[in-house]
Design a protein around this ligand. Structure first.
Ligand code: ZN
Length: 248
């Protein structure tokens, strides 16, 4: 498997962030090549979906309520961007490209961006979601924004102007999750850095000591602890990037 496991670690319920409890184990599955080429928003048109009309399919393993959560999460993109999600029903036409929302017992994640060459000859771009992730439209939207080509906000090429990473508080095996990428391969579309992005890690993502932040905001050149990231839904900055990628 050439997939890269990328974890988004958040605080435990004991610290009062219930909605992150299982999201603690969010794992984004990303193609290594895409990982190397892309950060924040995909620059290459090849890795954007060729058309703002996207088809999707919901696993028959989902309960009615879970399926409804996916539909209502996607409605946000229909209503606020030019992206139009249309649900496919069986049988899926052969060769059809579509986003496939599937169930996973332990991980939530997907590949970043459109894959011009479908994996394993299948037309599906899989999004794996646990029961917990399925209960939170914001997490469904986070994964869907990965599908559309957004990376985590704190991976932007210019992030060192806005945040400081405390690597001493991060296990070495996760250091790669905090890399900022070159602006040669990615773009921010000149959208301001967005602490409220649904794609931003929380302040103590991957922390060894969760009482201390791993990411602090730079305010007048000084690192300051503040809240960042949320799972309520896409921010205006997230939606702006999608509009710039697909709606021009
Ligand atoms: Zn993610």
């Amino acid at each position: 498997m050439c997939w890269l496991l990328l974890s988004l670690v958040a605080v435990a319920a004991a610290q009062g962030f219930d909605y992150f409890e299982n999201y603690y184990n969010e794992i984004d599955i990303e193609d290594e090549q895409a990982e190397a080429k892309t950060r924040n928003a995909l620059q290459s048109p090849l890795q954007r979906w060729p058309n703002p009309k996207l088809y999707y399919r919901i696993s028959s393993e989902y309960s009615d309520e879970e399926a409804q959560n996916v539909r209502s999460a996607l409605k946000t993109f229909d209503e606020q961007t030019c992206i139009n999600f249309e649900e496919l029903t069986e049988p899926i036409p052969s060769g059809q490209r579509y986003v496939y929302y599937k169930k996973s017992p332990q991980m939530c994640g997907t590949r970043v961006g459109y894959n011009p060459i479908p994996l394993f000859g299948s037309g599906s771009h899989d999004v794996l979601l646990t029961e917990h992730c399925l209960s939170k439209p914001g997490i469904i939207q986070h994964e869907t924004l990965h599908v559309l080509g957004l990376y985590h906000e704190q991976s932007r090429a210019d992030r060192d102007m806005f945040v400081v990473i405390d690597y001493d508080n991060i296990p070495r095996k996760y250091w790669s999750q905090f890399m900022a990428m070159s602006d040669k391969s990615t773009t921010t579309f000149n959208v301001p850095y967005d602490f409220e992005s649904v794609m931003h890690y929380p302040k103590n993502a991957f922390a060894k000591d969760r009482n201390k932040p791993t990411i602090r905001a730079l305010v007048n050149g000084e690192p300051v602890e503040r809240e960042m990231g949320q799972v309520l839904g896409p921010s205006e900055g997230d939606l702006t990037k999608i509009r710039l990628m697909y709606c021009n």
